[in-house]
Design a protein around this ligand. Structure first.
Ligand code: CA
Length: 338
């Protein structure tokens, strides 16, 4: 079979992202993927990266890649919950898997095959492109002492976590990253979650909210996605496909390592320099949120056969990995300090 492209003719692709131009870590990692692909392919595949609003709006990434307006997108799959409910499971599940286990489920535990099935009708090929690790619970201007405090709360919280907040009586609002600070500062929203200390410090949320809650029960290991238009992918020579695949693996590890390496220093800076009050959600609140999360997940699975299929795989993997964690991670956690 003749290759679709002459071997040495450079291929030029466009990648749109949900992140503002040159956004720390997330936008940065999208740009690094392009750089790695260029280096590994010796310039045969050039990917121009566009920030949110440069070619398409932040939340227009999915449609742009589906329609083939651009070849690639960098985002998180829970932003597409309205169109593709089952996609949410590949970003974050409240009280679900952490980064290590998300990677294991998606890459080696059957998750990727399901993700491909979920995205096939949309002409998309999904690849993993990063993970935040356990996130923070968010920024608030009033204390969360009981479930009552969520009633009427206008909070920026995407995906399944947003549905849980709604069940708790709050208003979940979807706001793209670039607009959160202004909305919080102006009181359009009362509270927001974002990622974790390293990124939240850069976002300046400490200037608009005084309480920083943990843990991020709603996003225990959020995965980022690199999507490729299927037709563009199929036209790509096999070696370039392998290069894109390798770059996504590298990005997956780089993003998680970047956050994990820098989060604690940023947290200490928020507390000591910016006088942020670090608060823990009370046990009762977390227990109730967990109960509501289970209800939300059951409802999502009930309403959509594909979500049922993905959720079943997720639960089966979770039970399996938790059994293994019991004799490894959990026992080790108890004795890890000298
Ligand atoms: Ca988040």
């Amino acid at each position: 079979m003749a290759p679709a492209f002459a071997k040495n003719k450079p291929i030029n692709w466009k990648m749109v992202t949900t992140w503002p131009p040159h956004f720390p870590v997330l936008g940065e990692s999208a740009e690094m993927i392009a750089k790695w692909v260029k280096e590994m392919s010796d310039g045969r595949l050039n990917i121009a990266v566009y920030g949110a609003g440069e070619l398409v709006p932040a939340l227009g990434v999915f449609d742009a890649v589906t329609q083939g307006t651009v070849e690639m997108g960098h985002s998180a799959s829970y932003y597409w919950a309205g169109k593709v409910p089952a996609a949410q499971f590949f970003a974050a599940v409240p009280f679900g898997l952490n980064a290590q286990s998300m990677n294991s489920w998606i890459l080696n535990g059957g998750g990727m095959e399901l993700w491909e099935e979920v995205y096939a009708p949309f002409n998309l090929k999904p690849l993993l492109a990063g993970n935040t690790g356990v996130q923070m619970g968010g920024w608030f201007n009033k204390e969360i002492k009981s479930m009552e405090d969520f009633k009427g709360l206008k909070m920026r919280i995407p995906g399944l976590g947003g549905k849980v907040l709604k069940k708790a009586g709050g208003n979940a609002i979807l706001v793209a990253g670039g607009e959160i600070y202004t909305n919080l500062d102006r009181g359009v929203i009362d509270a927001t979650e974002w990622v974790g200390p390293y990124h939240d410090l850069k976002m300046g949320f400490y200037k608009a909210a005084k309480y920083y809650y943990y843990p991020g029960w709603h996003e225990p290991g959020t995965a980022f996605e690199l999507t490729v238009n299927k037709k563009a992918w199929e036209k790509l020579p096999k070696d370039l496909q392998a290069i894109v695949d390798a770059a996504s693996y590298k990005s997956d590890m780089w993003v998680l390592s970047e956050f994990e390496a820098k989060n604690n220093d940023a947290l200490q800076k928020l507390i000591t320099k910016h006088k942020v009050q670090l608060k823990q959600f009370p046990d009762e609140v977390l227990k109730n949120l967990k109960k509501l999360s289970k209800e939300v997940l059951d409802e999502v699975a009930e309403a959509d056969p594909m979500s049922r299929k993905v959720y079943d795989s997720f639960l089966k993997f979770r039970d399996n990995i938790y059994a293994w964690n019991k004799v490894t991670e959990e026992r080790y956690q108890q004795f890890k300090h000298y």
